[in-house]
Design a binder for this molecule. Structure first.
Ligand SMILES: Cc1cc2nc3c(=O)[nH]c(=O)nc-3n(C[C@H](O)[C@H](O)[C@H](O)COP(=O)(O)OP(=O)(O)OC[C@H]3O[C@@H](n4cnc5c(N)ncnc54)[C@H](O)[C@@H]3O)c2cc1C
Ligand SMILES: [Zn+2]
Length: 308
């Protein structure tokens, strides 16, 4: 719930990718006129538009040309723990908030997925809970187990904040005090990634198997990028991008339970690679239904780390 994408900038665009592809060489496409027109000089074959070249490159995975499009932005409110998952994506540049140079007194923190679920189930506003963590106000009536979850989490945040402050008071310095900071600690990054690598990132993280917070990050990034670079809607999860899901048996495990693309009877069925190889019969894929499913997932994942 905490992640924010700010100051997104896009360097180069579809025309630049098309130009680079033309340097390499691009074949003609069939003209949709009947009997010849100016665009094809009557030959029935014409030069492709920038957009057609771009789509062909994405679709055919001639991806080096996509490296010319670059996105820079800031990520705020990511947990320090899951920042490590972000950094596993090696083909990107990042500058992170320093816990040596910046003070984390009274630090901001993410709510764990289970804490978000408990709050939602019991209709407790996040702000009420955060007040409670600060020592202001009490929790309402709750089932015993849910109360314990909220109390334990609040206790951990308070304890870390107190230990951090105490070590600073004792003159230990930020460099030492920071060892008391939790996985949930808010961190921030300035991040630069090219389109090829971004497609790889989104493909992996816009998936029910990705961790909830990484899904939240991917969904928010997808939405922010789409505002300035609508072509990103050509891509989604790896299964969609490749026409076959590489998750294979994992899709039927509890983690894959919520995948909206795994039902062979649905109009947005995406087979696993294994199913393709075993010759499964495919129904026509509905782009319209896919778009509906995608918007639902984006809304849900961007809203909360705690869902699903
Ligand atoms: C659901 C899920 C679960 C995961 N679980 C774990 C886990 O349990 N433990 C864990 O450590 N990680 C885990 N990861 C992280 C995962 O293994 C990748 O490190 C991460 O997703 C980054 O992907 P990437 O390597 O494709 O991206 P990048 O590092 O950005 O690389 C992009 C592409 O460049 C190429 N490339 C990059 N570096 C090399 C290289 N050295 N050699 C050859 N080709 C290269 C590859 O084609 C790669 O796909 C998980 C990821 C997901 C989505
Ligand atoms: Zn024509």
């Amino acid at each position: 719930m905490d992640i924010e994408i700010k100051n997104l900038k896009v360097f180069n665009g579809v025309e630049f990718v098309a130009r680079s592809a033309r340097v390499s060489g691009v074949g003609k496409v069939r003209c949709d006129c009947e009997g010849g027109c100016e665009r094809c000089s009557g030959t029935g074959l014409r030069e492709p538009t920038d957009e057609e070249i771009f789509e062909m490159i994405v679709e055919n995975d001639y991806s080096s040309a996509l490296e010319h499009v670059v996105f820079s932005f800031e990520i705020h409110g990511l947990s320090k723990g899951n920042a490590l998952e972000l950094l596993e994506h090696r083909i990107a540049s990042h500058t992170g908030r320093s816990t040596r140079y910046q003070s984390e007194l009274g630090f901001g923190y993410c709510l764990a997925p289970e804490v978000e679920r408990v709050l939602r189930r019991n209709r407790i506003p996040e702000s009420t809970y955060r007040e409670y963590v600060e020592g202001r106000g009490a929790l309402p009536e709750l089932p015993e187990r849910d109360r314990k979850v909220l109390e334990s989490y609040a206790g951990a945040m308070r304890c870390a904040r107190e230990a951090y402050a105490r070590l600073l008071e004792l003159g230990a310095g930020r460099e030492s005090a920071r060892y008391t900071l939790p996985f949930a600690l808010h961190t921030a990054y300035t991040y630069t990634i090219n389109l090829r690598s971004l497609i790889n990132f989104l493909g992996l993280r816009l998936c029910v198997r990705a961790s909830p917070e990484m899904r939240e990050l991917a969904a928010k990034l997808y939405i922010a990028v789409r505002e300035k670079f609508p072509w990103i809607s050509l891509v989604w999860c790896r299964g969609y991008n490749q026409g076959a899901c590489p998750e294979n048996e994992v899709r039927d495990s509890p983690q894959g339970r919520e995948c909206p693309f795994k039902n062979p009877e649905s109009s947005v069925f995406i087979p696993t690679k294994k199913q393709v190889r075993s010759g499964i019969e495919l129904r026509p894929f509905s782009r319209q239904e896919f778009e509906r499913v995608r918007e639902r997932l984006l809304e849900r994942w961007a809203q909360s780390s705690g869902s699903g």
